[in-house]
Design a protein around this ligand. Structure first.
Ligand code: V47
Length: 372
């Protein structure tokens, strides 16, 4: 294709991309530094179409956040609260099970469950939560707990990461979301999430989960104090682990939302940054099958454009979202299945509803009518 590359530094990278060769750490830094966003889009779209053709995936899911009480007080976060904060909340087990059933639950294929690091809820409570969900909603996939929560449970219960993961898996945890990775750079972590596990610990927890047959997603939080080298390093580390385990399903670049956080002086990311983040991840993460444009975080408008910049998934119906809305998101908390279909179709892509592990979901005509 005859695409004009304004930034000549990208030409050797273009050759590699067209030949299907792996990009280096230095290439990743160059890609993050360029302003030639059309060239990035061209290359990322080439890879995206090579891997997925015209298909764009979405799912019908519901987020559940059992508590926002968190002992960690990360500067990047507006969601976590101290237990004594009158605005904090903690659901009872019955409330978690009841919340799960609200909304368009009869069509939902996935519960996405994450929460704060609560000082009093023990591992047994979370195992009961999972078992209760499985009893009530046996067909729904439970994508639950970030690597950070697993690390906390292990510390709190004086257990190994492996044993915590085994207990949760046996209680019904089917896979894990990708949150909490932030950026692996220790220099940045010391400022934005001081009390969280280290980057190496995040990766090691993911490795153990994958070894136990539990797939997970992975993320990178960008748009705060990190530089291009930190971003490139993060992607290359995820890619190296994926070479070993093949356990990551989807990568989700997450734009930092500064409102109501201790870093509220930092400017919000721009559409330009967001499209770059999607495109570079598609180009560097050659072994991670899916790149998600999470519409809650990007806005439905940018997420739609991202489907031409490397993304092949737009996430799901979500229903109730707290992490980004506590940090100033004005995007709606839910999209109906019909909204997702329209966004994808109007980007000229073919929508395919998937389950968490990307098996296509077929709907009967009557179920379809209820949802559109
Ligand atoms: O773990 C917290 C990040 C994550 C802020 O796996 C913030 O399918 C921006 O991981 N601004 C939660 N980001 C979201 C997440 C996710 C979302 C959708 C799909 C999947 C998936 C995973 O959001 C947190 C943290 O890394 N975060 N606070 C903030 N102020």
């Amino acid at each position: 294709m005859n695409v004009h590359f304004e930034d000549r530094r990208l030409l050797p990278i273009r050759e590699k991309v067209e030949a299907g060769l792996r990009l280096s750490y230095e290439d990743a830094v160059t890609l993050y530094r360029t302003n030639d966003v059309l060239a990035l889009g061209y290359m990322a779209n080439l890879v995206r179409e090579r891997m997925h053709g015209n298909v764009t995936y979405f799912n019908v899911n519901r987020h559940i956040n059992p508590t926002d009480v968190c002992v960690a007080s990360c500067r990047l976060c507006a969601f976590g609260k101290q237990k004594r904060d009158p605005n904090s909340y903690t659901m009872s087990l019955e409330q978690v099970w009841e919340t799960a059933g609200k909304g368009w639950s009869e069509q939902i294929t996935e519960f996405h469950i994450v929460g704060g690091l609560h000082p009093e809820l023990n591992l047994d409570w979370f195992c009961q939560m999972l078992r209760g969900l499985k009893e009530r909603y046996p067909q729904i996939h439970l994508k639950a707990f970030t690597m950070v929560e697993i690390g906390y449970f292990a510390r709190r219960e004086k257990m190994t990461i492996r044993d915590v993961l085994i207990q949760l898996r046996d209680a019904g945890m089917d896979s894990m979301p990708g949150g909490g990775a932030e950026v692996f750079s220790e220099r940045v972590r010391r400022i934005i999430c001081d009390h969280k596990l280290t980057g190496d610990e995040w990766l090691e927890t993911a490795r153990i989960a994958h070894e136990l047959g539990v797939h997970s997603n992975c993320t990178m939080l960008y748009g705060h104090l990190e530089n291009e080298e930190d971003r490139a390093d993060h992607l290359v580390k995820l890619r190296a682990l994926q070479d070993e385990t093949k356990g990551f399903v989807t990568f989700i670049p997450l734009a930092f939302h500064p409102d109501n956080t201790a870093l509220s002086h930092i400017a919000k990311t721009t559409g330009f940054d967001d499209l770059k983040a999607i495109a570079v991840s598609r180009l560097v993460l050659d072994n991670i099958p899916h790149i998600k444009a999470y519409w809650v975080m990007l806005s439905a408008r940018i997420a739609q454009i991202a489907l031409r910049f490397g993304a092949n998934d737009i996430d799901g119906t979500v229903v109730e979202e707290k992490i980004y809305h506590d940090a100033g998101s004005t995007e709606s908390q839910a999209l109906k299945r019909g909204d997702l279909l329209r966004l994808i179709r109007q980007a000229g892509r073919e929508p395919v509803e998937r389950d968490t592990l990307y098996r296509p979901v077929t709907r009967t005509e009557s179920a379809f009518t209820v949802l559109v």
